[in-house]
Write a protein that binds this ligand. Structure first.
Ligand code: DLL
Length: 446
């Protein structure tokens, strides 16, 4: 923390000392990763009974880790391991060294709990400061932090990082959209942090109030916490006259601050001095060659309170092998458009919600607010996509709506290879979320 506070960043927002680890020469980075991997493996083995048991079962001891490739010898950690050890079973630090806990809401039953020592908070702060720097923010920026504060990691994670970088933070948290718009306008906000779906809601509400965000000083959106498509990024950038940066993270690893887009807006740089990425085949668990698409597995290299060895994120991506034009040497992953567990199967066809989003955005006249409803009719699976139309289209003649429906049917059939029932709904009928959007309702009794 001390070091960060003493650091300055140049107003051009390009290179500054906060971001120095982003530019480490590859050989130096690999060496640092190996040392940290050896240390974290020992820590987990010595202090976390589950890690020791799993390693014993595989006949692996920490001294077997002699190269980075040896990581493949270690056991995976899964979400269910956190649930089964609820609440504090995976802590590697005594509670008097744990200065913070967060928890994910958990759709079924108990939440999953994660812990931080003071050193962990410092690392988190540093990677979030590097995130904001990569998104072009600097001292003098006024940052509206609309990620939720509380057990969710988004609010406090972004808060500490933005403060450490020297920006002015408005800790507004999520919700109360009218107040968000008032503050954005009155305080001359230059950047906002929230989920992309919430930002879309905010733009729409501002428009209703006759406020055009393109005329306000806001120039950047630091968006993440849910999958969103490249088409959605372009739409949002256009509507609000901003640049939309994709940021990625998950509570089990640290929260936001695992990976971030940069000025090139092409993939997300992983802060791999702290989080070691692997891509595996989600079915066999085998490590895939660099560049291939599969499930992202992350190992925390410096986490003290709750080290994670080979955590299976379920997020699908690939590592980009080409160097980035921004000059950072840390590797990039592709935008995460889907999770291995958000796929559903309709009449034998695999469908991801992100494919639906891309198809809808190809067609003019709809708002990117949509909901997928799955149901069963006479033993046959049906998929309905409810999509809001723009007010202009809605007030149009029936003929226009029919044409739009046909175009959407066609775009969806082309992308999914599947007939989908499209239901056009009035603007504002689908529920808006203040955080992560819910895109699928499955009413089939499987
Ligand atoms: O969502 C942490 C976060 C907060 C990230 C704010 C970015 C900004 P969890 O609630 O544990 O943590 O959810 C983690 O959300 O495994 C992904 O499936 C998804 N996710 C997060 N960021 C992105 C993104 C936070 N940029 C889960 N693109 C992850 C796609 C994302 N999915």
């Amino acid at each position: 923390m001390q070091i960060l506070r003493e650091q300055w960043n140049d107003l051009a927002g390009r290179f500054h000392p906060v971001s120095a680890p982003d530019y480490l020469p590859a050989a130096q980075l690999r060496e640092m990763q190996l040392q940290r991997l050896q240390a974290v493996t020992s820590r987990a083995y010595e202090r976390v009974p589950l890690s020791r048991r799993r390693m014993d079962e595989l006949g692996v001891v920490p001294s077997d880790i002699r190269s980075l490739e040896d990581i493949a010898k270690l056991p995976f950690t899964m979400k269910s391991d956190l649930r089964d050890s609820y609440p504090f079973g995976l802590f590697a630090s005594p509670i008097n060294e744990v200065v913070r806990v967060h928890a994910s809401s958990g759709t079924t039953g108990k939440p999953t709990v994660v812990a931080y020592t003071r050193e962990d908070i410092e690392v988190w702060t540093a990677v979030m400061a590097r995130t904001f720097a990569a998104c072009g923010l600097h001292r003098g920026d006024i940052v509206q932090n609309a990620y939720g504060y509380g057990l969710f990691t988004g609010g406090l994670g972004a808060h500490y990082g933005a403060e450490a970088l020297g920006t002015t933070v408005i800790p507004i948290s999520g919700g109360n959209t009218d107040r968000q718009i008032m503050i954005m306008k009155d305080f001359g906000v230059t950047a906002i942090c929230c989920t992309p779906s919430y930002f879309l809601h905010l733009v729409e509400r501002a428009e209703e109030q006759g406020i055009d965000l393109r005329k306000l000083p806001i120039r950047a959106g630091i968006f993440g916490a849910e999958p969103w498509t490249e088409a959605m990024r372009l739409r949002v950038e256009n509507l609000a006259g901003i640049k939309g940066y994709d940021i990625y993270g998950l509570s089990e690893i640290i929260g936001p601050g695992v990976a971030s887009a940069c000025s090139a807006q092409d993939g997300l740089h992983i802060f791999e001095d702290h989080f070691y990425p692997e891509i595996i085949d989600p079915v066999s668990g085998e490590v895939l060659p660099e560049g291939e698409e599969g499930e992202l597995v992350l190992t925390t290299l410096s986490k003290r309170a709750m080290p994670m060895l080979r955590y299976r994120t379920r997020d699908i991506t690939s590592i980009i092998t080409e160097p980035c034009p921004c000059g950072r040497s840390i590797r990039r992953i592709r935008r995460i458009g889907r999770r291995s567990d958000d796929m559903f199967i309709i009449r034998g066809v695999n469908v991801f919600p992100s494919q639906v989003e891309s198809a809808l955005l190809e067609v003019e006249g709809t708002l990117p607010h949509y909901l997928i409803v799955l149901h069963r009719e006479k033993d046959l699976d049906r998929m309905e996509v409810q999509v809001e139309v723009t007010p202009e289209v809605f007030s149009d003649k029936v003929k226009g709506l029919e044409q739009l429906q046909r175009r959407l049917n066609h775009a969806l059939a082309k992308t999914l290879n599947l007939h989908v029932d499209v239901r056009l709904v009035e603007p504002h009928t689908l529920q808006r979320s203040e955080g992560k959007a819910k895109r699928v309702i499955d009413q089939r009794q499987l």
